[in-house]
Design a protein around this ligand. Structure first.
Ligand code: CS2
Ligand code: MN
Length: 389
């Protein structure tokens, strides 16, 4: 059983068109009603219209990414009951339209975070990169978060001070935007004053409390998802460690194992993102596929190359530190054993070739993702052939 090949599409405003995605060889689309504000209900008609648009292009809306979890649910405050009711109604409407894999994340305030969106690789393509020292420089000297110093080691503080001093005003503004303005698919973006105020709403919420809030969310929505036949898959933290003093609790195998132990419902699943988990050398990616197996409902396949000082950049899909061949071999064993085709997407790609002169959502230009998809497709075919012969 081979994976179902999908690509992410950001809706009618995405400069990458559905027919481009079809030419890249994907059969499925991963998308969301990005125009619906966080916390509001996804109405059935709106879902049906978007679905028809995708089907008219000869593709299938295979996975929702993401049905956002409002901050009020993550902090368990304010309108929790109403927000949960909305989430359940959105799930009901999605199921009525035949969509049965729904991605979400439980990262406080920021979704995925990078510090450079156009880092030049030796052969001229551009990659997304994360540098902890740049985050520290922003945090302590631009955002000026109260108590920020306590988040960093002496060496990191010194390096961040030096980095900040080396930047001119334009570079500082660019860094601020890159970190907090919101990357594609992020549900919210901030200015620095807004971000400081938002961080305040997490006062008193440590990792244990955030975990409890995550469990409370799942306990409230999983029974409904079970009945609807929906698999709710959590996307891991990216990067998989706390930033800005905010806790992150979906970063390791132990984190997700605890989540499945505490909420055993069948609908409680995982979006296995190799690029996110793979930032940590202590996450054994193929082993996680073997052990988390049936919980995995969606695959994000990409690789990162770890650098010194908690930095990393997005590598070629088959390069870097992910060990993609072993991951795809593990996925092949899983899908063969369960007789299930798991949807996958090449999660991000380099900006390369003609795309260097085109605007697209960072990480989501077409050619780099098409290259990634082609390589992953070939890798899987090779593994399947080897296993069968
Ligand atoms: C990102 C995220 O790395 C990624 O997959 O594109 O925006 C991701 O889609 C969300 O965190 C999932 O909820
Ligand atoms: Mn991902």
């Amino acid at each position: 059983m081979l994976m179902t090949q999908t690509m992410r599409w950001f809706g009618p405003n995405d400069p990458v068109r559905l027919r481009d995605i079809r030419q890249a060889g994907a059969t499925g689309i991963v998308t969301a009603l990005h125009e619906v504000p966080n916390g509001a209900v996804w109405e059935r008609d709106a879902i049906a219209v978007r679905k028809a648009m995708i089907e008219d292009a000869g593709l299938e809306w295979r996975v929702v990414e993401s049905l956002p979890v409002d901050e009020g649910i993550k902090t368990r405050s304010g309108d929790w009951d109403r927000l949960i009711d909305h989430y359940r109604r959105s799930l009901t409407h999605l199921a009525a339209c035949g969509i049965d894999v729904v991605t979400y994340n439980f990262m406080p305030l920021l979704d995925w975070t990078r510090t450079d969106l156009a880092w030049e690789l030796p052969y001229g393509a551009r990659a997304l990169r994360f540098e902890a020292v740049a985050v520290a420089a922003y945090d302590m000297f631009i955002l000026k978060r109260p108590g920020a110093e306590a988040s960093y080691s002496d060496a990191m503080r010194a390096a961040a001070e030096k980095r900040h001093a080396s930047m001119d005003e334009r570079a500082r503004i660019a860094l601020e935007r890159t970190i907090i303005a919101g990357l594609p698919g992020s549900e919210e973006g901030f200015t620095s004053p807004q971000f400081l105020a938002a961080i305040e709403t997490y006062a008193g919420i440590d990792a244990a409390r955030l975990r409890d809030n995550h469990v409370a969310f799942l306990e409230a929505v999983c029974p409904v998802a079970d009945d609807l036949g929906i698999r709710l898959v959590v996307h891991p933290d990216d990067p998989p460690f706390p930033i800005f003093g905010l806790p992150r609790v979906v970063s390791t195998e132990a984190d997700v194992a605890e989540l499945f132990a505490r909420v055993p419902n069948a609908s409680n699943g995982l979006c296995f993102c190799t690029g996110s988990f793979g930032v940590r050398a202590d996450n054994d990616l193929p082993g996680m596929v073997d052990r988390l197996g049936s919980r995995i409902g969606f695959l994000h396949l990409r690789s990162v190359e770890r650098e010194a000082d908690d930095a990393f950049h997005e590598a070629d899909h088959l390069g870097g530190d992910a060990g993609m061949a072993a991951v795809v071999a593990a996925v092949h064993r899983l899908s063969t054993c369960e007789g299930r085709s798991i949807p996958m997407r090449p999660d991000h790609g380099h900006q390369m070739l003609d795309d260097l002169n085109r605007t697209a959502n960072p990480g989501y230009s077409l050619l780099g993702r098409m290259r990634g998809l082609a390589e992953l497709r070939g890798l899987e075919r090779g593994i399947a052939h080897g296993a069968a012969s």
